[in-house]
Design a protein around this ligand. Structure first.
Ligand SMILES: NC(=O)c1ccc[n+]([C@@H]2O[C@H](COP(=O)([O-])OP(=O)(O)OC[C@H]3O[C@@H](n4cnc5c(N)ncnc54)[C@H](OP(=O)(O)O)[C@@H]3O)[C@@H](O)[C@H]2O)c1
Length: 368
């Protein structure tokens, strides 16, 4: 069974990586050109092979907008282009379609698009949630964080990904701080979560008040601006970044050697995956990730194709945790693994983790 996955750039660096001719054109012009572009097949994915030999192939279909444009334009304009991209995926033979990045965020997280779609859809958020939580806990192990007394801050806690991550993290930590801007939604979620979990739960609408409290921080927001800066983070904090575009400012990489940042939503794809550019035969598409690596939301779509699941899977903001567990198990069965740690466009090596731990210990000593 074949799949399609709807993509769009999440930053100007993404645009230039795909189209070097865009350099120096200026953001307003690039945004306008993208708005006018009809959807097109950008990438042909082949070689995704489960350990038992089952294979799938698929297409990344570009529905080009910048994230900010997608949130600002009339909803119907955006839905129109995404729906056309889904139809195009069907013309290439796809039987399941993943909604990448903001195509799964805009509006009601895929529900309306699914009503109008001839093909089953998924946002890919279930596997992103499973990968994000595992990735944060892996970082905590690496940095020797004492989970039983730890505070975890979830930024974007009322979102599709953030709310489920908060619930899955709760049994591991002493305290959760949930962060989002809309207080009414935050209080509603906080109240319902407190009934289901044993750890302490507090709420904040201010990222910069909440983040300094976190031994662990997981970010999954729809913000198009950087939200976390070097001065916001606790000594030795572990940060799992799921947002695209990223929430963690690049200055953190330089100014906070004692903090471990890891992009949590990357998976190693089984087989010999190839991401070939459709319009430039012979050239591969640069996902900005190491070889054989894809985002967890892409991986969820691939897993559903390998499993021949012709059904809507993850849609809307109320995530079914049973589906998170199911897709996590199916991903493992099909040979997908959490990718090695990565942050700020580079791998995080074991030596770097050791240096981060040493810098955190040194900083604690100085403070003491
Ligand atoms: N790595 C991957 O494989 C992968 C896969 C799928 C999605 N993603 C990314 O994950 C992120 C979240 O997706 P989602 O589907 O969970 O989105 P969502 O359901 O729209 O949730 C977004 C959350 O962010 C909060 N938020 C937005 N702006 C904020 C700000 N300035 N400060 C604090 N909180 C803010 C929202 O609440 P308020 O509006 O109340 O603030 C909400 O809680 C997106 O960036 C998406 O591109 C990554």
């Amino acid at each position: 069974m074949k799949f399609a996955f709807i993509v769009h750039p999440t930053s100007l660096e993404d645009v230039v990586r795909y189209e070097p001719g865009a350099v120096g054109k200026g953001r307003p012009l690039i945004e306008k050109i993208m708005e006018w572009m009809p959807p097109y097949a950008a990438v042909h994915v082949t070689g995704v092979r489960a350990p038992d030999g089952r294979e799938t192939e698929g297409w990344f279909i570009a529905a080009n907008f910048m994230p900010e444009t997608m949130l600002a334009l009339p909803r119907e304009t955006v839905y129109g282009k995404i729906s056309a991209a889904i139809t195009l995926g069907g013309e290439f033979g796809a039987e399941i379609v993943g909604l990448g990045a903001f195509t799964g965020v805009v509006g009601d997280a895929g529900l309306t698009l699914a009503e109008r779609s001839p093909l089953p859809l998924t946002t890919g958020n279930s596997l992103t949630i499973a990968a994000g939580v595992k990735s944060l806990l892996r970082g905590a192990r690496e940095m020797d964080v004492e989970l039983g007394t730890a505070t975890a801050v979830v930024v974007g806690a009322t979102g599709s990904i953030g709310s489920a991550c908060a619930e899955l993290l709760a049994p591991h930590v002493a305290h959760l701080v949930l962060v989002a801007r809309n207080r009414t939604r935050l209080e509603k979620f906080g109240t319902s979560l407190r009934e289901r979990v044993d750890c302490g739960v507090s709420l904040s609408t201010e990222v910069r008040d909440a983040v300094p409290r976190g031994d662990l921080v997981l970010t999954a927001t729809s913000s198009t601006q950087e939200l976390i800066q070097p001065g916001d983070l606790r000594t030795g904090a572990v940060v799992c970044e799921l947002s695209l575009p990223h929430d963690v400012g690049r200055r953190v990489a330089v100014e906070r050697p004692d903090v471990l940042v890891t992009e949590g939503g990357n998976m190693l794809v089984p087989g010999q995956p190839r991401f070939a550019r459709v319009r430039e035969p012979g050239r591969d598409f640069d996902l900005g990730l190491p070889p054989k690596t894809a985002l967890a939301c892409m991986s969820e779509t691939m897993v559903l194709a390998l499993e021949e699941r012709r059904e809507d899977y993850t849609l809307g903001r109320g995530i079914d945790l049973d589906k998170v567990r199911e897709i996590d198990a199916l991903a493992t069965k099909n040979g997908f693994e959490l990718a090695t740690m990565r942050a700020f466009d580079a791998a995080v090596s074991p030596e770097q983790i050791a240096a981060t731990k040493a810098a955190a210990a040194q900083r604690r000593l100085v403070r003491a």
